[in-house]
Design a binder for this molecule. Structure first.
Ligand code: SF4
Length: 563
């Protein structure tokens, strides 16, 4: 089935920062740790926080100990004071955009203004804003509040950040007509508006919409309402377990959107599940192709093939005979990644739940095939001579040391290890004279960098799961946006270097441009992802893994084209 993920779906900036804050605190603080009220309106995320030892504090006790994190919605000044007086160490996770509304309310209330708040009755954010207005606030939740409104003196109008903009504008106009002495502040969060605009756009392109998120989440419910207003059948689910496959089978294209409090791992689970449902107009060929790709991806065979493709491309550029080297690269890369996924399935549970479930369901088969693959790699390397055997044994030994020592906890160490292993089996092993041919090391360096790019993109796709299990990666250290921008710039420079290398370095021929093509392809993926044209889904992972296939194809074409 064709699935289109909304360009803006999942955690908004405020929720993401509050979640990251809570996870960072849980990693450093011995506890007890609480959030004042549920951090976000999503049962899966709350369950995960509980697993991390973060409990929900519903009422402020007279005495307490530990740390309390204030959620993105914010609190009233009285509540914050009461928490501190009870003995808690308070960490403020209020979203900066909510702080802005609170500050407006506090500032104008002090100057004697009335604060008119358009928002939902009882919503924690509204309570916080009214608290900052210090008794000078008036809440408008429905038409009857609007009719009964009476204001004396100057006033301002603000909105709860997640309000519907059209209604807010209409109400504000009516209020200002009745009471001209007011000032309007549009405090609706762009993130909400963009999400709502996006669901309207998406609804025009698809047959039905799946809205993923907590049933108690106001902004998620509003997305479902908007999708229904656009005339599309709407399926509102909290997790992939609620997907009604029979009901979806009658559609050919389905859109997926998610509220601001829906974690990526929940969206991923839904996407993977829906992608697997056959669409109403899918041809047999299309269905078979997608299922094959999906199986290759979930079983790690696609990753193994990617390693073999890198080996074929590098061998062509080095003018080395292909022989058994691609097979050796396939077995090594397949075994390395399969073992890693099985041993470290905690983050996979969040990043790619279906793939992890598949690997764990057939755990014995995958473990056995990985061990057999390693043995076959060693055997094949031995047939190529003792130097190649040493290279392979070195990778296996380093892999064991890496897995068993704290080395694996160093940010970026996994990327360097994986890229080093791929470059060794795909370049140094097929190279006829690795210690006598400097070009072989240059090609190994470019292959290494190509795999670094692949790994960085994978790391960006997996960032939420990695953070949840407390793994330090370069993307977590630098932040997703900075990492994407760095990766784009570095990839462009590498593409240019690949194209000019044959002109500057004797011995390098035109087929070296294959690296340039592969880096440009990587740049295209990076830019498409940054501009939200590609979502974090199975398709993107398959496309990222295909970088080596693009490289191999370009190497073959440059090699056979007349120079
Ligand atoms: S919706 Fe906007 S204001 Fe509300 S938490 Fe998210 S980013 Fe902040």
């Amino acid at each position: 089935m064709k699935v289109r993920l909304a360009r803006i779906a999942g955690f908004c900036m405020g929720v993401r920062e509050a979640m990251e804050l809570a996870l960072d605190v849980s990693a450093q603080d011995p506890g007890p740790i609480f959030t004042y009220g549920p951090l976000i309106h999503n049962p899966s995320a709350l369950q995960l926080l509980r697993e991390k030892g973060i409990e929900v504090l519903s009422e402020i006790p007279a005495h307490g100990e530990g740390t309390v994190i204030i959620r993105a919605h914010g609190v009233t000044p009285d509540e914050k004071k009461a928490l501190e007086e009870a003995g808690f160490f308070v960490i403020d996770g209020t979203c900066p955009r909510v702080i802005k509304v609170q500050s407006l309310a506090g500032h104008y209330a002090q100057k004697g203004y009335t604060i008119v708040v358009v928002g939902d009755k009882g919503h924690p954010e509204v309570k916080g804003i009214l608290g900052h207005a210090g008794g000078k606030g008036i809440l408008l939740s429905d038409e009857s509040d609007l009719e009964a409104l009476s204001i004396e003196g100057p006033y301002i109008i603000v909105a709860q950040t997640t309000q519907d903009r059209e209604r807010f504008e209409e109400w504000s106009k009516r209020i200002l007509e009745r009471f001209p002495n007011g000032r309007l502040f549009d405090t609706i969060c762009d993130s909400t508006k963009k999400r709502q605009d996006e669901v309207r756009r998406l609804a025009r392109e698809v047959d039905a919409i799946i809205v993923v998120g907590g049933k108690k989440s106001a902004n998620t419910t509003r997305l479902a309402e908007i999708a229904a207003e656009e005339g599309k059948e709407v399926f509102f689910v909290e997790t992939e377990a609620e997907i009604d496959e029979d009901a979806l089978k009658k559609f050919s294209v389905v859109g997926v959107t998610a509220g601001a409090s829906t974690p990526n791992w929940v969206i991923n689970g839904v996407l993977r599940r829906v992608e697997a449902i056959p669409g109403s107009d899918e041809s047999f060929f299309h269905r078979a192709l997608w299922r094959t790709l999906r199986f290759l991806h979930e079983s790690n065979l696609w990753t193994g093939l990617s390693g073999a493709a890198l080996c074929v491309g590098s061998s062509i550029i080095m003018d080395s005979p292909l022989g058994i080297a691609p097979l050796l690269a396939f077995f090594t890369v397949f075994a390395m990644h399969t073992l890693n996924r099985i041993l470290d399935h905690r983050s996979g549970r969040f990043n790619d739940p279906l793939r992890t479930a598949f690997l764990l369901r057939y755990r014995e088969i995958f473990l056995a095939s990985s061990v057999v693959s390693i043995c076959l790699s060693i055997f094949l390397a031995a047939t190529l001579g003792w130097i190649k055997l040493l290279f392979l044994l070195l990778i296996v030994a380093l892999g064991i040391v890496y897995t068993l020592t704290p080395l694996k906890d160093l940010a970026g160490s996994k990327t360097l290890f994986v890229a080093g292993a791929w470059a060794t089996v795909s370049v140094l092993v097929p190279c006829e004279n690795p210690f006598g041919d400097p070009l072989c090391w240059l090609i190994a360096l470019f292959s290494f960098l190509l795999v670094v790019l692949r790994d960085i993109l994978m790391e960006i796709i997996d960032v939420q799961g990695d953070r949840l299990v407390g793994r330090e990666t370069l993307t977590i250290l630098l932040g997703e946006e900075r990492m994407l921008s760095l990766a784009s710039r570095a990839t462009l420079v590498l593409a240019i270097l690949s194209f000019i290398a044959p002109l500057l370095i004797p011995g390098i021929e035109g087929d070296f441009w294959a690296y340039g093509v592969a880096f440009l392809y990587g740049l295209f993926l990076t830019k498409s992802f940054a501009r939200e044209r590609l979502g974090k889904n199975l398709r993107l992972e398959i496309l990222v893994e295909a970088i080596s296939m693009v490289f191999m194809t370009a190497a073959i074409l440059f090699n056979i084209s007349p120079s």
